[in-house]
Write a protein that binds this ligand. Structure first.
Ligand SMILES: *Cc1c(COP(=O)(O)O)cnc(C)c1O
Length: 369
C-alpha cells in the first residue's frame, strides 16, 4: 500500500485539521534570547508547586507501580476539598482530558457542539478530533453570552455546550441564571471552572438538580501543577461512574496523583499564593489602564485581557507588534490571531517584579513603534 492510499483511510475531517496552538517551551526560547524570561503567556503559577508536593514527589517510593484506575485516594481528597461525594468526582490527565472524555460520551460523527468564542481553543480542537461539528455563537462586544443566539443555535443534532467561567481569555464569569437557562434548553452543559480558585463563585451547586451539568476544574493554575496534568470533573454519580469506566485506566499518573493529594494538604500555602496572584491581577489591571492606548478588561482569573489601540496601521496589528517587541525583551504574553481578538493581548498575573518589568517595557516598545 502506498501512503496516499493509507491517508484515504483516515477519518474525514482529521487530515486537513489545524492543530492546537501551543505556547512555546521556555527552555528553547531562553536559549534563543539568552536572558531571563518573564513568562506571562501560559497562566501558569509563578509561585511553583507547593513545597509539600515537591517533597512528596522527591520521596515517593512507588514510581514502578501502576496508578489506581479508580483514583480512590485522590477522589477522597477531592471530596473533602469540594464538598462533593467521591461518587460525583472523576480525575483526568489535566482537565483537557476530561473535555475529551465528555465529548466521547455524547458526540457521534456530525453531532453539534455550541461554542461561544472568544473562548478556550481546546474546545474547537477536541470537538474536531471527536468528529463533532462546532457551532459558533460569538459573544457580544463586551463578551457576554448571546443567550438568544445560543437558543437559536440549537438544532436536533445539538448535544452539548462548553462555557469557561471565568472565561479564557476574557476573564469574565457566566451568571447562575444564564447557566440555568442553558440547562433548561435540554443540552449537556459543561462549565469549565479552570480558574475557580481565583474567582468569586461556582455553579457546582446546580449539579444535584441538573444531571446535564458537568463542572471541570484543574490543579494546573492555582496549585502550580500544570506540568503534572491533574484535573477533575464534578457531575451526577451515574455519569461519573461511566466516565471512570470509559477512561484510560491509568490516565492520572502516580506523580500527578501524589502531588495533587499533597497540594490539598498544603492548602494554606497555596491559598496564600492565590491571594498574592489576585492582588497582582488587580495591580496589573490598574497599571495597564494607566496607558491611554490600552484597555484592560476586568478579570476573575489569573490573567488580564487587554485591548490595544491601533497606532501605525498596516497589515500587522499593533497588538501583535507589541507582543513581538515584548518578546524581544524576554517578556512573553499571549496574542491571538483570531476573530475579535486581533487587537488584544492576554497577560498572566506574575510576580510583582514581572508586572514592573512588563509595564516598563510596554511604554518603551510602544514609543518605538
Ligand atoms: C488552562 C485551562 C484548562 C486546562 O487545564 P489542564 O488541567 O491543564 O488541562 C482548561 N480550561 C480552561 C478554560 C483553561 O484556561
Amino acid at each position: 500500500m502506498d501512503i496516499d492510499s493509507v491517508e484515504r483511510l483516515i477519518r474525514p475531517g482529521l487530515t486537513g485539521m489545524r492543530g492546537y496552538d501551543p505556547v512555546e517551551p521556555i527552555d528553547v526560547l531562553q536559549r534563543e534570547l539568552g536572558r531571563r524570561i518573564v513568562k506571562l503567556d501560559g497562566n501558569e503559577n509563578p509561585y511553583l508547586s507547593s513545597p509539600r508536593a515537591r517533597e512528596v514527589l522527591a520521596q515517593f517510593p512507588y514510581y514502578h507501580i501502576y496508578p489506581d484506575p479508580l483514583q480512590r485516594s485522590l477522589r477522597e481528597s477531592l471530596s473533602a476539598y469540594t464538598g462533593f461525594a467521591r461518587q460525583n468526582i472523576v480525575s483526568g490527565n489535566g482537565s483537557d482530558e476530561l473535555i475529551d472524555l465528555v465529548l466521547r460520551l455524547f458526540i457521534n460523527e456530525g453531532d453539534e457542539v455550541l461554542n461561544a468564542p472568544p473562548t478556550f481553543g481546546m474546545y474547537p480542537f477536541l470537538v474536531t478530533v471527536a468528529g463533532g461539528r462546532l457551532v459558533d455563537v460569538p459573544r457580544s462586544s463586551g463578551f457576554s453570552l448571546d443567550m438568544e443566539g445560543l437558543r437559536a443555535g440549537i438544532s436536533p443534532r445539538t448535544r452539548l455546550m462548553f462555557i469557561a467561567s471565568p472565561n479564557n481569555p476574557t476573564g469574565d464569569v457566566v451568571s447562575r441564571e444564564q447557566v440555568c437557562q442553558l440547562l433548561d434548553m435540554g443540552i449537556i452543559v459543561v462549565v469549565d471552572e479552570a480558574y475557580f480558585e481565583f474567582a468569586t463563585g461556582t455553579v457546582a451547586g446546580l449539579i444535584p438538580d441538573n444531571p446535564n451539568l458537568f463542572i471541570l476544574r484543574t490543579f494546573s493554575k492555582w496549585a502550580g501543577l500544570a506540568g503534572l496534568r491533574v484535573g477533575y470533573c464534578l457531575c451526577h454519580e451515574r455519569l461519573a461512574s461511566l466516565l471512570l469506566t470509559v477512561k484510560q485506566p491509568y490516565n492520572v499518573n502516580v506523580a500527578g496523583e501524589a502531588a495533587a493529594i499533597a497540594s490539598l494538604q498544603d492548602i494554606d500555602h497555596l491559598r496564600h499564593n492565590v491571594e498574592k496572584l489576585k492582588r497582582e491581577r488587580e495591580r496589573l489591571t490598574a497599571g495597564l489602564a494607566r496607558f491611554p492606548y490600552l484597555q484592560p478588561y476586568p478579570s476573575e482569573a489569573n490573567f488580564v485581557l487587554c485591548r490595544v489601540d491601533e497606532k501605525a496601521g498596516g497589515e500587522v496589528t499593533t497588538a501583535r507588534k507589541l507582543r513581538d517587541g515584548l518578546r524581544a525583551r524576554g517578556i512573553l504574553v499571549r496574542f491571538y490571531d483570531s476573530e475579535g481578538l486581533r487587537d488584544c493581548l492576554r497577560i498572566s498575573a506574575g510576580l510583582p517584579e514581572d508586572t514592573d518589568c512588563l509595564l516598563e517595557a510596554i511604554g518603551e516598545v510602544w514609543n518605538g513603534l
